[in-house]
Write a protein that binds this ligand. Sequence first.
Ligand code: FAD
Length: 283
Amino acid sequence: MESQKKYTPTFSFELFPPKTEAGMEKLQTNVMKLSVVNPLYFSVTYGAGGSTQERTFESVNWLVAKGFGTAPHISCVGSSREKIIEILTYYKSQNIKRVVALRGDLPSGAGLGGVGELNYANELVALIRSEFGDYFHIEVAAYPEFHPQAGNANSDLQNFKRKVDAGASAAITQYFYNPDAYFRFIESCEKLGIDIPIVPGIMPISNYTQLARFSDSCGTEIPRWMRKRFEAMGDDIDSIKSFGLDVVTTLCDRLLEQGAPGLHFYTMNQSHSVLKIWNNLGL
Ligand code: FAD
């Protein structure tokens, strides 16, 4: 963890673009609540479909108008170089200096082969650096428990290194509940000479069934001792929330104590759990 300890911890919150007016109102209300703790930035995810992209721009514009640090996500799958440059030129015109650069996923069934001009996130990072120089602070994704499509652990690490070599400034991890997976990942990165902040992504737990389904698809392991405890709670939402809060607070505590360079919360456009964890941590 030595490579991580030299960075001043940063705290940030991730949002997704809501589908409805009511969803947008909820996002705005929760952003106002979260802003009280003064995060470095709010990031907004970006999907492969046209309508969801419009909603990302809408959320980003609102955050910028409110004066919040804003980091739009941008993905390359299914997109052209021209379109990516056009979007980033717009962000630059809005004085946005930070982006989260991803390959992205196509909706299931669409297939990935040969769609779009850029196949992997390292190519996107290289494009951003070649077109915009050092203007953008580029965040990329990291996978302490490895990406589900990775050939193997070593090739996944090498592929992560490609993004760093292409010019990534920092990374945000996929969420995880096993802190040792993160510590080992950092150790492996250190051995490869990777020297950027790698901020743990934190997913608060409020709905175990949903979390279990989603974790399966993105390759996050829910440790057996946690699963067993959650399963025993059945539909008892209050117990699930309270245990979830405990588990995630302990995780964050341990990560920060061992030198993690901050926390990036997957807020799911909610504020309650994140603020509770924040208060528990005494940040
Ligand atoms: P990459 O880094 O390109 O890696 C994808 C896979 O390809 C890995 O298995 C890797 O090992 C392999 N690979 C990489 N480079 C090469 C290469 N040159 N040759 C061969 N194999 C290679 N998705 C969205 O659609 N929108 C979002 O806004 C979004 N935000 C996210 C934010 C965070 C912090 C994280 C962790 C994920 C996010 N995702 C988002 C999900 C992400 O898009 C998926 O996990 C996607 O499958 C991989 O994206 P990536 O940028 O990590 O891809």
